[in-house]
Design a protein around this ligand. Structure first.
Ligand code: PLP
Length: 462
């Protein structure tokens, strides 16, 4: 209730009424507006633990953690209390012009504690996309201060996702995004991704990892090493379809960056905060990034927050030689978001969520996926911590894909929705990234639903 007007804050409406109002006024991200108006949105009204309920009262297992973010699951009282307390105490103050708030300071301190040792400083943003823009500004500023402004180009990868702002979408390697609005912006180039199924099905993984890393060195040499500012990558490409690189890939990328003095940026927006069974994906894959962007899991998505961890190599230059850094956001270090992040990280520590994913639920998911790999529709099943992908194929023996126009991934996804499971389709790759609070029994429950939906899809394509 609104105390002044005695009006309920939200009205209760039927699904059809919600859908009509939605289609009339709400332009959704990454959505064909006409198709939405025709089919109507699915209206999610509440959630608890790993489950959602829609406006028709149907229960759904959320195997995508909202959008890769609700790591501690829904309904965690500690986060709700932290937000409520902070809203009462100080709902907003900025961090511009030499001001700060206790939650932002404490969160900066805690992040310095839980991230790898080279990170002692953080720049807060409101989202992962803003973190990507901050990375571009910071990398270029770093080389400018050092008197090497020609070191301007940032190398990224095809099929990467780094956000939806102009710089974020440019860093990303999504062709469909670049096709709209004249992207990428100048000074960002892309190399091929370490996607073994797509590029080198027959090759031994270790050899493929080294080969894929060598594409980075080829590009550096082509551009001229003294023109390259940084390389950015997600440890595991999330939105691109949970592309898990071979173990040889990242250490070789690190060696190449070191050899040419190039900054290494790890985009941890998806992989950070426990997703891979380590606090950060760079720890799982053995790199020492100079910058590390994060968002999503830092607050488990309860409120928006992002940021960039700044390694000492860059921080010392910015702090000691940089003067004013002409960059920032109104919501950089938002006190409510920071209070929720503090509660979220402390809860993850109390529940030992990262250890659980590493030692218990992650290996359990891996063995479940090993059995799903036997399904006739599945060409490859891969997991890393609590993220996983199933590559659907027309012919299991040869690994031949379906023709794209059959849209088998979307068909499978529609079976998931109809059977109470949120799973995402990236082409014919079915991916999950469930809440990290998931128990072994819930992993099995998810596995049974996935198998059911694979069976139904298999029946349809015969
Ligand atoms: N980086 C990665 C790896 C992401 O997956 C995303 C979002 O999915 C972003 C950046 C952008 O984050 P946001 O949507 O919070 O702007």
């Amino acid at each position: 209730m609104n105390a002044l007007t005695q009006q309920p804050l939200l009205t209760t409406r039927s699904t059809r009424e919600w859908q009509a109002a939605d289609a009339a006024h709400f332009l959704h991200p990454f959505t064909d507006f006409q198709s939405l108006a025709r089919k109507g949105s699915r209206i999610i009204t509440r959630a608890d633990n790993i489950y959602l309920w829609d406006s028709d009262g149907r229960k759904i297992l959320d195997a995508m953690s909202g959008l890769w973010c609700v790591n501690v699951g829904y309904g965690q009282q500690a986060l709700i209390d932290a937000a409520t307390r902070q809203l009462r105490e100080l709902p907003f103050y900025n961090s511009f012009f030499q001001t700060a708030t206790p939650p932002a300071i404490e969160l900066a301190e805690l992040l310095a504690e839980i991230t790898p040792p080279q990170f002692q400083h953080v720049f807060f943003t409101g989202s992962g996309s803003e973190a990507s823009d901050t990375v571009v500004r910071m990398v270029r500023r770093y080389w400018d201060i050092l008197g090497q402004p020609q070191r301007h180009t940032i190398i990224s990868r095809k099929n990467a996702y780094h956000g939806s702002t102009m710089a974020g979408a440019s860093l990303g390697g999504m062709g469909a995004m670049h096709a709209q609005g004249g992207l990428p912006i100048p000074g960002i180039v892309h190399i091929e991704q370490p996607h073994a199924y797509q590029l080198a099905r027959e090759m031994a993984p270790d050899a493929f990892g080294r080969l894929a890393a060598s594409w980075l060195e080829d590009k550096i040499i082509e551009l001229g090493p003294d023109r390259v500012a940084a390389f950015i990558g997600e440890p595991v490409q999330g939105a691109g379809g949970v592309i898990i690189p071979p173990d040889t890939y990242w250490p070789e990328v690190q060696r190449i960056c070191d050899r040419h003095g190039i900054l290494l940026v790890s985009d941890e927006v998806v992989c950070g905060f426990g997703r891979t069974g380590h606090w950060f994906g760079c720890e799982r894959f053995g790199t020492r990034p100079d910058l590390m962007s994060f968002a999503k899991g830092v607050t488990s998505g309860y409120v928006p927050l992002g940021g960039v961890m700044v390694g000492e190599r860059v921080a010392r230059v910015l702090i000691e030689q940089g003067g004013d850094f002409e960059h920032g956001y109104t919501y950089s270090g938002h006190p409510v978001a920071c209070a929720v992040a503090l509660a979220n990280i402390r809860l993850m520590q109390q529940l030992k969520l990262v250890e659980r994913v590493r030692d218990d639920t992650g290996p359990h998911l891996a063995s479940l996926y090993a059995s799903l790999a036997e399904h006739p529709l599945v060409g490859r099943a891969e997991t890393c911590g609590l993220m996983a992908a199933l590559q659907l194929v027309r012919d299991k023996a040869s690994g031949t894909p379906f023709p794209p126009e059959r849209q088998v991934g979307l068909l499978c996804r529609s079976h998931c929705f109809a059977n109470g499971l949120v799973m995402r389709a990236v082409g014919d790759r079915m991916i999950v990234a469930p809440p990290l609070v998931m128990t072994r029994a819930q992993v099995d429950e998810m596995g049974a639903l996935i198998r059911l939906c694979l069976d139904k899809t298999w029946a349809d394509v015969q």
